[in-house]
Each structure stands twice: as C-alpha cells, then as structure tokens.
Design a protein around this ligand. Structure first.
Ligand code: BGC
Length: 765
C-alpha cells in the first residue's frame, strides 16, 4: 500500500536520478543501496525533532513482558503512536495486533512512517527447535541456518519484522543461565554459527516476505559476568575482548546483520550501553557497519543504577553519543533528547545519524512500500507449525544430540527389547523440551521422551513409565523464580518396582526449562532436587541404565559418568524432542553431535574452557606449585568438541604440504580418517592451531576449522584444510589483527584433546 510519503519520496528519487544521470550517464546509475540512501535522506528532511526522536523510541506491547514493566500506560502509548513518536514496538503478537498498531500509525501520524515490530524469536517461533546451545552441538551450519530460516518464515507470517537473535555471546561459564542461548565457549565456532543464523533469518534479501531482520546481541561481554551471575560486572582486558568476545560480532556484521543490541553489563567500569569505543569506534567505525543499535530492555536508565549517570537525561546523552540508536522501553530518549538538543548538549547530526539507520532498515524491509506486508492472516494460518516444519525440527534435533558415554555398546537399544522402564522427572515432560525463550511455542506441546519411545518400539515391547519425582513445582514461567522439589520422594517406590523388572531403564533427568535462561544463573550445576538420589536408588536395582540428560547448560555429572553405562546429552530439543531422542536411542540416527562447551568435573572449575592459556606453571607431577585445584583434575569431564558415535574413528597421517610459509601463502593440512566400527557414521573433523610464541600470550589450542565427513564401515577418507594466514591472525601488541612470524602447531582430531599434530613456521617478510 503506497502512502503520501512514498509519493513524495518517489518524486525526489526520480529527480535525483535524472540529475545524476544527466551529469554522467555511465558513472551514476543509482544502485539499490543509493536509492535507499536517497529515500532515507528525503524522509529525514521532512521530519521534525519529535518525529526523529520517535524513531529512536521502542515500546513493548502489553501482551508479553520480558523485562521490568515500564511506567508508561497504554493510553500514552496510543497517543505517541498517533503522533508518530514511536519507531518500533516489541512483543506485539499476531497479525491482528500488529496490523492494528500499524494502522494507528498509518492513519493518524503526519508522516506515516511504518513501525517495525520486534520479538525474541530465539529458537523457533511456534515450531520450536533445540535451544541454541544444543543446536550448536550439531556443528551443522546448514541445519542451523535452516532452523533460523523456518523461525523467520513463521515469525514473518505472524506479523514480526525483526528478531532479537542470534545471541552470540561467547560464554565459558556453566553457571550463567543464558549460556543456553548462545553457541558455547569458542569464538571460531561461535562466528560460523552467528553467520549461519543471521543468513537463516535474513536470507539474501530483507525485502522478501519470508525473511526478518536479525539482531546480534549482546554487545558486548555479557557472557563473561563474574561468577556466571546474570547482569554482573565484567572485567576483561583488551586481548580477551578482541580475540574472544568480538569475533562472532564481527562475523555477524560481515554477514550483514541488520541490527545489534547492546548489553546490561559494564566492562571495566563502563556500561556497554554507554560504551562509545565498542559501539561507535569499533562497530560503526572500524567495521563500517550501517545497521542500527537497540538498547537492551531499559539498559539506558539502568546506567543510573550502575552509578554511571545521575539521571535519565544524562543517561540518554551518554547512550546516544556512544552510538545507541534506539531506546528499548527505557523512556530516556523520549523524555530527554529534545531538551539535550536545545541545550546544545547533543548535536542534531547525532540524532539524524541514528534516525537514518532506523529508516534504512525500514526501507530495506520494504515497509514503506507496504507497511502491512507481514500482516497476512492467511500466511499466519497456513505457514506456522506445519508438518513440514515439525519434520525439519526433528531433523535438527537429532543432529544436536551428543553421545557422552556408551560402555559395552549399551546403545543403540533394540526396538524389540521386551521391557523398558522409562523413569524420571523429565521423562514424560512435554514442556521442558520447549526450553526458555520459547516465543510462541505452546506450553506442554513437545513430544516427550516417553511418547517418542512409544512411537519407536515394536508392538511387543512393554514400556513401564514412572516419574519417580517432580523436578520443578508450582508456577513455571518466564518471570517467576522456579521452585525445585527437594523433599518429595513419594514416587521412588513405584519407580524402583518398574526398574527391577526392566531389561533396560531409560532415566530422563536434568534441568527444567526454567532453570536456564535470563536471570537463571546457578551456583550449582549438578542434578537439582532429588534427581541424584533417584538415579542412585534405581541403580541399586538395575544397572542397565541409559541416562538421557535434558538441560540448557553444561552439568556436573561425575557419579553418572563413573557408574551409568550410557549417557546421552539431549539439551532441550524443541517440539519434536521425544521423536528425535528415540531416533538416536534406537539407532535410526547415529549420533554425530559434539559439545560446543566443556562439561566440568566440579562447578569450582568454572569458568572452564579448552582454549586456555598455558600460564607459567602449567603442570607438574613432582610439585604442588603449579596451576591446579588440589582436589580436582585440571581437565573437563567432557571437553569441548567431544562426542561419541555408534561407530569409531581413527585419525592418522596428519601432513602439512609445507614446513614454512610466507605471509599470504596458503598452507594445506590433511589427515586420514577411518571408520573402524561397524556402522556408517558422521564425524566432525576439527582443526586446531597453536601460536607458540607471540607478542601477547596465546591459547594452548584454538579451533580454526571443522568439516563433517560421512564414512562407511572400514572406509578411509582424506580430509584437507586450507590454512591461510588470516587464520593465524590475532589482536597483537600493536592493537591490530596480524599474523606474527614464528612457529605454529597444527592439530587435527575428533575433539579438543587431540594430540596429533605437526609444526610449521610463518616466515618473516
Ligand atoms: C534481554 C534481551 C531481550 C529483551 C527483549 C532483555 O531482558 O536481555 O536479550 O531481547 O529483553 O525481550
């Protein structure tokens, strides 16, 4: 639907194009990008100051609150919408609601600048996919991209233009509740996954109606909260910031992510929301990124609580100058910016720049051509939660499962097993697999493990289900603290009874959906409540146990690792969870997932990560005075990159094609990998590099490549990696990304513990 503003813009464009082409026909055929810039400038020229500030203002709809409710009532919101003083709304759900809010703006405001609607579509809209940490365990970039694409299709069919995803905060701390929302501990894997998710959401053209704008969040350092406690202080040096935290953001920016969100945390005394170095100098300056930055929910006024601004006015001034273009539910920009401009505390050019960025995205989305283009109730009816999307969710889910232990090949189970006991608080839980940040995922709508097993086994198999005990009790929802059952063991007796007579017990334990996610940090990461006791009680009567671990964070499961023969890490897998788990339990799918994050032996090891520094005292078998805990080994229980298969793989013959290279000269590393087991299987072959001596100390190993190969029993394949010098770069003592001459080790293997390596030298220029 065209509007009056569009007509004016079209005239401006035509006249601009005519002027340009009449100067020089060959040079100045305006590109799509030029045309959008002309349009943005022509709209900007028509806007008054209130309208400009309005574009920098985002309100929540009253339907869903994902933060502290703001002090603005619905009547005021309505007036502001009518006056064109709102640029965006979040959490306005359904086509009907977005159409209505858009109508209010289009029919009442002077310039009729369409709203952009945002929502947290984190791992699916209504068809729910694995929580992002779990999905990252697939290391399957195509599958990850596909899941984001389906999420975008469903969200756009339901009126949404923009998702606040992907969350690409590197995190090395199992205690942090939001670790479930990211891609784990590694910046390289995190970067590739960030690109895949951005491309999945946005496609190759934002104006297409099945795509939505993505948002790289939280910029920056949010995953490094002290003690893994959400919103906590972050203290990191420049090296950590540039080498570990920023790479996924850079990758997202390069992939064309439309927006960024800043963060609640401070870094070294400066709240991210007011951090000019991050937002202005690095992102918009060095990286030349042209999208817009939204604050996190209320993070602008939170700078007052941080003790960084004395009031909203100062907070607004700091944030806008730092490069934060839109205020999410903080009400700081709307109350303060006009005055700040009048007082010459902010130059109008700063505001213009922010507004330009917001308008640019609205043009790219095609909202000026048709503000209602995502308001199609037919699409909403037909394209959401379809069978096809369920099938894709199941496919991604089974690829995300990680086999942690398989003693005596207890797995896969035989579909003709006579008697299976299915036990555990999460065994018939249809809600936990939906996970936290579930968008429109319907409560209790997932296929439970019990159901999945029922769907898979033969007619003659007898399945006995007993819960054993509850995990979460009482109300379970986004803003309500979860209560854990710590006392009620009344279901144990029945569970023991069915376990006694079973050929095999499938025990499903782990974490409730609302144990991880925002504000859900924990000081302990073991099996909560009475679950550990249930596990040990069942073990006393039947040792033939497969532990299905359902959780949103790495967990401490030492006892299970020592005693339980089979352990499957299934995360929270989304709508088709139970079917996907059964696919793996019964061998229809041979597990191929690898951990994107280290599992600790003890929570006291956290933060725990494979790409650590050597220190001056790495290990000694002779002395006490080396870097360690005296009661726990230094390594992880299950390390980054780890995951078993129903077959086995052998790595040999690692070769480099050269022993020394010059800058910009490629190097090739290859390895032979053989399937030494009896089943066809897929393996994620991982390449790690160590820079032995550098101007800043480097990690003992860093992931720099991975490839998935499929091998038949007995088959050998040669897998090669090209190592260009860009892969050797890091943020050096010169404060630049450079590759420094010297020796490097190249490792290839099936997880981060691999010792198979060769050495080469990068020569001086
Ligand atoms: C979260 C963001 C989220 C926003 C909007 C905040 O509390 O930190 O990640 O996008 O709420 O729901």
């Amino acid at each position: 639907m065209k509007n009056r503003l569009n007509a004016i813009i079209t005239l401006v464009i035509i006249s601009l194009s005519v002027n340009i082409t009449s100067c020089d026909k060959k040079l100045h055929k305006p590109t799509k990008k030029d045309i959008i810039e002309f349009k943005v400038d022509s709209v900007l020229a028509l806007m008054n100051i209130k309208e400009k500030i309005g574009q920098m203002n985002q309100y929540a709809g009253s339907w869903e609150i994902t933060g502290t409710p703001s002090d603005i009532d619905n009547k005021t919101k309505l007036e502001k919408l009518k006056n064109g003083e709102v640029g965006s709304m979040l959490n306005v759900l359904t086509v009907e609601a977005t159409r209505e809010a858009q109508r209010i703006v289009m029919e009442n405001s002077r310039l009729k600048i369409p709203l952009i609607f945002g929502y947290d579509v984190i791992h699916g809209y209504k068809t729910i996919f694995p929580v992002p940490l779990g999905e990252s365990a697939s290391w399957d970039l195509e599958a990850i991209k596909k899941s984001a694409k389906i999420a975008a299709q469903e969200a756009s069919a339901s009126g949404q233009h923009w998702t606040f995803a992907p969350m690409i905060d590197v995190s090395r701390d199992a205690r942090w509740g939001r670790i479930m929302e990211g891609a784990g501990e590694d910046p390289f894997l995190g970067s590739r996954i960030a690109e895949a998710r951005v491309k999945g959401f946005q496609g190759d053209d934002l104006s297409k109606e099945h795509t939505i704008a993505a948002c790289a969040k939280h910029f920056a350092g949010y995953g490094f909260a002290e003690a893994g406690k959400d919103y906590n202080t972050v203290n990191i040096g420049e090296s950590e910031l540039h080498n570990v935290i920023l790479p996924p953001f850079k990758a997202a920016a390069n992939a064309g992510v439309a927006t960024f969100m800043n963060a609640f945390n401070e870094i070294d005394g400066v709240p991210s929301t007011g951090n000019r170095n991050l937002q202005q100098d690095i992102l918009k300056g060095d990286w030349n990124w042209d999208g817009f930055m939204v604050s996190d929910w209320g993070s602008i006024p939170e700078m007052i609580t941080h003790g960084y601004a004395k009031n909203k006015k100062q907070a607004a001034q700091i944030a806008v100058i730092a490069g934060c273009d839109m205020d999410m539910e903080g009400r700081a920009y709307e109350v303060a910016l006009e005055e700040l401009i009048k007082e010459n505390k902010i130059d109008i050019s700063v505001i213009d720049e922010s507004v330009r960025r917001v308008l640019r995205l609205k043009f790219r989305l095609g909202l000026f051509d048709d503000p209602y283009k995502y308001c199609n109730s037919e699409r909403e009816k037909n394209e959401v939660f379809t069978i096809e999307n369920q099938n894709i969710s199941r496919d991604v889910a089974k690829k995300s499962i990680v086999l942690l232990k398989n003693q005596n090949n207890i797995l896969p189970l035989d579909k003709n097993t006579k008697r299976i006991a299915v036990i555990g608080s999460l065994a018939d839980d249809k809600d936990t697999p939906i996970g936290n940040w579930r968008a429109q995922g319907v409560s209790n709508s997932a296929v439970s493990v019990y159901e999945g097993i029922q769907n898979a086994v033969s007619k003659t198999t007898k399945i006995d289900y007993e819960k054993g005990a509850d995990l979460g009790v009482g109300e379970r929802s986004f803003l309500v603290p979860l209560k854990i059952n710590k006392t009620d063991k009344s279901g144990f007796t029945k569970a023991v009874k069915v376990a006694k007579t079973a050929d095999v017990v499938v025990l499903v334990l782990g974490e409730d959906a609302f144990q991880s996610g925002e504000g859900r940090s924990q000081a302990n990461v073991g099996l909560a409540g009475v679950q550990q006791e249930l596990l040990q009680t069942i073990y006393k009567v039947n040792k033939n146990i497969v532990l299905v671990l359902m959780n949103g964070r790495p967990m401490e499961i030492n006892w299970a690792d020592k005693n339980i023969p089979g352990i499957l890490e299934v995360w929270q897998l989304g709508s088709q969870s139970g079917n996907a788990i059964a696919d793996v339990l019964f061998g229809d799918y041979n597990p191929s997932g690898k951990l994107p994050v280290s599992f600790p032996r003890s929570v006291g090891q956290e933060p725990l990560y494979y790409n650590k520094k050597n220190t001056g005292r790495p290990y000694s078998s002779q002395h006490v005075t080396y870097s360690h805990h005296s009661d726990t080994p230094n390594n992880a229980l299950y390390p980054f990159g780890y995951g078993l298969s129903y077959t086995s793989f052998d790595y040999t013959n690692l070769q480099l094609n050269k022993k020394a290279i010059k800058n910009n000269e490629p190097l090739f590393a290859s390895v032979e990998i053989t399937n030494t087991g009896k089943r066809i299987g897929k393996e994620v072959v991982q390449l790690y590099i160590r820079d032995l001596v550098a101007s800043r100390t480097r990690p003992i190993k860093e992931l720099k490549g991975f490839k998935m190969v499929s091998l038949k029993p007995g088959e050998t394949k040669k897998v090669s990696f090209s190592i260009n010098t860009e892969l050797l770069q890091f943020y050096t003592a010169n404060k630049k990304w450079e590759a420094e001459p010297g020796d490097f080790n190249v490792f290839i293997g099936g997880d981060s513990r691999t010792t198979l390596h060769e050495t080469f030298e990068l020569l001086k220029e």
